[in-house]
Design a protein around this ligand. Structure first.
Ligand code: RP5
Length: 181
């Protein structure tokens, strides 16, 4: 019957930045309700022309698929994983337990606890399984950190990061100039 039908297991990692580029960053989330929070980070990855893959891997609702994604990511050429989750936010830590890649967790404000639950679930990993953690809903910093990691061994990303920093500096100085005049 229909209710017994198992969902089709997708190929891990669909690819959004042009057919010839292999994704370097995997951006995944616990639920599609996290997607609006990830938008700012995805825009940064697009600006920096970083090929990325997007997926939904719920630690609690699709645990086997999540572990498969974590297991296969490095072999597929992924260099960094960004994982957003809210509430009992086990996704980034569980991914980090199964992949040797750096994992950056984005705590999502999703419950009555305003994201503190997600933040603490992600940041308080046991020794041995590091999971980088950015601020609540701060997918911008997750993307920028991922690009800094890529930049450590890819000069063009490091150069673009330098330019991003200089542009930011200039924008703040300009604002100060306006206030002072
Ligand atoms: C987590 O629970 C997701 O990461 C999401 O932030 C939160 C709420 O998910 P929904 O079931 O309300 O979409 O697993």
């Amino acid at each position: 019957s229909k209710s017994e039908k198992k969902p089709v297991r997708p190929e891990t990692g669909n690819h959004v930045d042009g057919p010839s580029d292999k994704p370097l960053v995997l951006v995944t989330m616990g639920s599609d309700s996290d997607l609006p929070v990830l938008k700012a980070g995805l825009d940064i990855l697009k600006d920096f022309k970083v090929p990325y893959a997007l997926d939904i891997t719920s630690a609690h609702r699709t645990p086997k698929y999540m572990m498969r994604v974590a297991d296969e990511a490095a072999g597929k050429g992924i260099k960094v994983i960004i994982a957003a989750a809210g509430g009992a936010a086990h996704l980034p830590g569980m991914l980090a337990s199964e992949t040797p890649l750096p994992v950056i967790g984005v705590p999502v404000k999703a419950t009555h606890l305003d994201g503190m639950d997600s933040l603490l679930s992600i940041v308080q990993m046991p020794r041995g399984v590091p999971t980088a953690t950015v601020g609540i809903n701060n997918s911008t910093n997750a993307a920028l950190l991922a690009i800094r990691i890529l930049g450590a061994f890819t000069p063009r990303y490091q150069e673009k990061m330098r330019k991003y920093q200089l542009d930011m500096e200039e924008a703040v100085i300009e604002k100060g100039n306006k206030l002072r005049t």
